[in-house]
Design a protein around this ligand. Structure first.
Ligand code: NAG
Length: 420
């Protein structure tokens, strides 16, 4: 009898737990109704970019260095990275998105018109190692690139951006050419030669990773608006097993090799655990042969915080979110220790309440600390199956801005700390 009662009680408790979970998830997915300021923003034309925030403006004197929490120019004037990610080169097709729809010059102009002064441009190691001729259909709107190889297309896109005065941060995103970041352990770090040979389609040693970097950067070393190398996207280990010190040492080896090619590049180092965790910097900073070159990078999404006591960022209050961000990365900014570029974050065009909660907390905090940032992403379409990208800031024509709550906040964030 007692056993039966206990079983019934346990089943009841489990049912309540799942009901509660279901209710919470449904609430997070309930569509968010845009607030008044977002609705007003959508009715007006996009405000023009602030010219003084671009590196091409006469305000700035290259090269860039770091000073405390800021990236600064040769005269000490802060250059805030207001960036957007333009993906595609690191994916299956090995070509930045949109070149089938628009000439790269027009897309570069659209980036500038949105107000972004810099672009994070991901590539895969496989793109560099195989460097295949690209399918002419993928560059249909760029007939001058017909027959070009993947790396030539990549370089042409960089040059189109810098010709518009938009700075570029090159990013090694993933080893095999595919959407990042799946569960494949072969893509979880900068090298995979410690894994069984049969496991990885694309095998890579640390040396090869650095050689690929040198191949890409050799093509860009004379371009002053190529400002930095974001060494590796979302380094991670199985169940949190990537020691920061191991990654920091590899980042130093790669960073020093690149600085021998061009001493003026910023070397960007992401945190471990999918770029969430920069706590190790406090005791083990990245130290390069040349000082004042290291910029750290954090990625912050609505699902970040997963598995922690405080829960995912979609569910957290503002104080709880700030506490987590501060512990993971923002202590470096608030303590004026080193710059942290929030190199990826983003939300869908039609957010649920959880997305909106995350977004509002994050953007409020980024404005408060006047952060360097890189929104994910520009692209209206994903490379696979030409799927719609709900995080896009451009419509399918690759030039028309999506005027909603995201661009409203990004526009405000771009202007945070400026007097113009
Ligand atoms: C993807 O869809 C867009 C919008 O319909 C279209 O302009 C583009 O040509 C498509 N690309 C491919 C490769 O199908």
């Amino acid at each position: 009898m007692l056993a039966l009662l206990l079983t019934v009680a346990a089943l009841g408790a489990a049912a309540l737990f799942f009901l509660q979970l279901y209710r919470t998830e449904s609430r997070l997915r309930t569509p968010w109704t845009p607030d008044r300021s977002s609705r007003l923003f959508a009715q007006r034309p996009l405000p023009p970019p602030v010219e003084g925030t671009f590196l091409s403006s006469p305000h700035y004197t290259l090269p860039l260095r770091t000073r405390g929490r800021d990236v600064v120019d040769a005269r000490g004037r802060r250059f805030k990275l207001a960036s957007v990610n333009w993906y595609g080169a690191s994916d299956e097709l090995m070509v930045p998105g949109g070149l089938d729809v628009r000439h790269r010059r027009e897309i570069a102009r659209a980036v500038r018109r949105l107000g972004f002064n810099s672009v994070r441009l991901p590539y895969s190691d496989e793109m560099v190692a195989t460097n295949p001729p690209v399918d002419a259909r993928l560059v249909a709107a760029n007939p001058d690139l017909a027959g070009a190889r993947a790396l030539d297309v990549y370089v042409a896109v960089v040059e189109a951006l810098t010709a518009e005065g938009v700075a570029v941060v090159v990013n090694n995103h993933i080893t095999s050419a595919t959407w990042c970041c799946g569960a494949d352990p072969c893509d979880a770090g900068w090298a995979n030669d410690h894994l069984p040979a049969a496991l990885c389609r694309v095998r890579q040693t640390e040396d090869q990773w650095i050689e690929h970097w040198e191949t890409v950067m050799a093509r860009l070393a004379d371009n002053p608006l190529v400002i930095g190398a974001d060494l590796r996207n979302e380094v991670r280990g199985l169940w949190g097993t990537m020691p920061w010190a191991r990654w920091a040492a590899a980042a130093e080896r790669a960073g020093n090799r690149l600085l021998r090619m061009n001493p003026d590049w910023l070397i960007i180092v992401g945190g471990t655990e999918s770029q969430n965790d920069l706590t190790g910097v406090a005791t083990r900073p990245v130290v390069l042969d040349l000082p004042d070159r290291v910029v750290y990078s954090a990625h912050v999404y609505s699902w970040s915080g997963w598995g922690s006591w405080g829960g995912r960022y979609a569910t957290r209050s503002y104080p709880s979110f700030v506490q987590s961000a501060r512990k993971n990365w923002a202590y470096l900014v608030e303590g004026d220790v080193a710059p942290v570029w929030v190199g990826e974050f983003g939300a869908p065009r039609s957010p649920g309440r959880g997305d909106a909660n995350y977004w509002n907390n994050l953007l409020r905090y980024l404005k408060t600390i006047d952060a360097d940032f890189g929104y994910w992403a520009l692209n209206p379409r994903k490379p696979r199956h030409n799927e719609t990208e709900t995080y896009a800031l451009l419509e399918d024509d690759w030039v028309t801005p999506v005027l909603d709550y995201r661009l409203k906040d990004l526009t405000e964030l771009m202007r945070a700390g400026t007097t113009t």
